[in-house]
Design a protein around this ligand. Structure first.
Ligand SMILES: *[C@@H]1O[C@H](CO)[C@@H](O)[C@H](O)[C@H]1NC(C)=O
Ligand SMILES: *[C@@H]1O[C@H](CO)[C@@H](O)[C@H](O)[C@H]1NC(C)=O
Ligand SMILES: *[C@@H]1O[C@H](CO)[C@@H](O)[C@H](O)[C@H]1NC(C)=O
Length: 245
């Protein structure tokens, strides 16, 4: 009986470890190894449609996940930011960051005609060591767009073009949002589907050339996608990030 029970317990455990988990609700989140995977369908009421996000696997500072979305109406409104947030790569002052290696391999498995969406980092800086993204604790929102399809634009206006950072060329956009400033690096040469960089190259540039105080703390590093309209299956084959100080 005991042996039967144990076999049963281990079999269910193994099945659980292997089964990809999907979340569907507006603000559903899932613990995902070093990360937290969240749907964050914050703009869904502007449109019609839906989205779900699936955790595929995690190891160390790496994660594989996918998100499946269909959104219509309000083509200029972001419907969601399905994302992963690293649970511990944060709380470090910019002046103390030695390196912040990251790599990201992704692709659209399917996409409808004319999708409007970005695939982006969303990195939050603030005066305090900790603070949740997009709150009164936020001073800066730093976006890095590895993709921006369908003519979408970041917050504010373009202030620079042809910036070379981390082996790629970027256009830089800047503008205010709520109580924080948004600076967005947009790939100038189309989709970067295999990205390998040190985020500290961006941080150093922001301190040296954009007036960001080196006393600011990295409060959060998120990566995900902001869909506006269309439908797609986005696969994050492998994303990883860490900070060393
Ligand atoms: C959610 O996932 C299922 C497959 O697992 C899919 O059939 C469904 O269409 C998805 N919903 C949306 C809105 O994409
Ligand atoms: C994504 O959603 C579509 C329907 O919107 C469905 O046909 C497809 O199977 C889904 N893909 C995955 C990987 O769930
Ligand atoms: C994911 O990327 C990290 C960092 O490049 C690497 O160490 C790891 O082996 C990769 N994982 C897979 C499953 O490819």
């Amino acid at each position: 009986m005991l042996r039967f029970l144990l076999t049963f317990v281990f079999a269910s455990l193994a099945a659980n470890l292997c089964r990809a988990q999907t979340i569907e609700g507006q603000y559903d989140c899932l613990p995902a190894g070093s990360f937290t995977l969240c749907q964050n369908l914050w703009g869904e009421s502007a449109g019609v449609g839906g989205q779900n996000s699936t955790l595929i696997s995690t190891t160390g500072n790496s994660i594989s996940w996918a998100t499946n979305w269909t959104w219509a109406n309000a083509p200029n409104n972001v419907k969601s930011y399905a994302n992963v947030l690293h649970n511990t790569a944060k709380g470090v002052q910019l002046s103390a960051v030695k390196s912040a290696p990251t790599s990201w391999q992704w692709s659209y498995l399917t996409q409808s005609q004319g999708i409007r969406a970005d695939v982006s980092y969303d990195i939050w800086f603030g005066k305090a060591q900790s603070g949740s993204p997009a709150t009164s604790a936020s001073s800066y929102e730093i976006m890095i767009w590895l993709s921006g399809l369908g003519g979408i634009q970041p917050v504010g206006s373009q202030i620079l073009s042809g910036l070379n950072i981390a082996g790629h060329t970027w256009n830089l956009w800047k503008g205010p949002n709520a109580n924080w400033e948004v600076l967005s690096f947009v790939s100038a040469n189309g989709d970067i589907t295999d990205f390998d960089a040190d985020l500290n190259d961006f941080f150093t540039y922001l301190v040296q050339s954009q007036g960001v105080a080196s006393t600011q703390f990295v409060q959060a590093i998120q990566t995900g996608t902001e869909p506006f309209v269309g439908s797609a299956d986005l696969l994050i084959r492998n994303f990883s990030v860490s900070i060393s100080s």
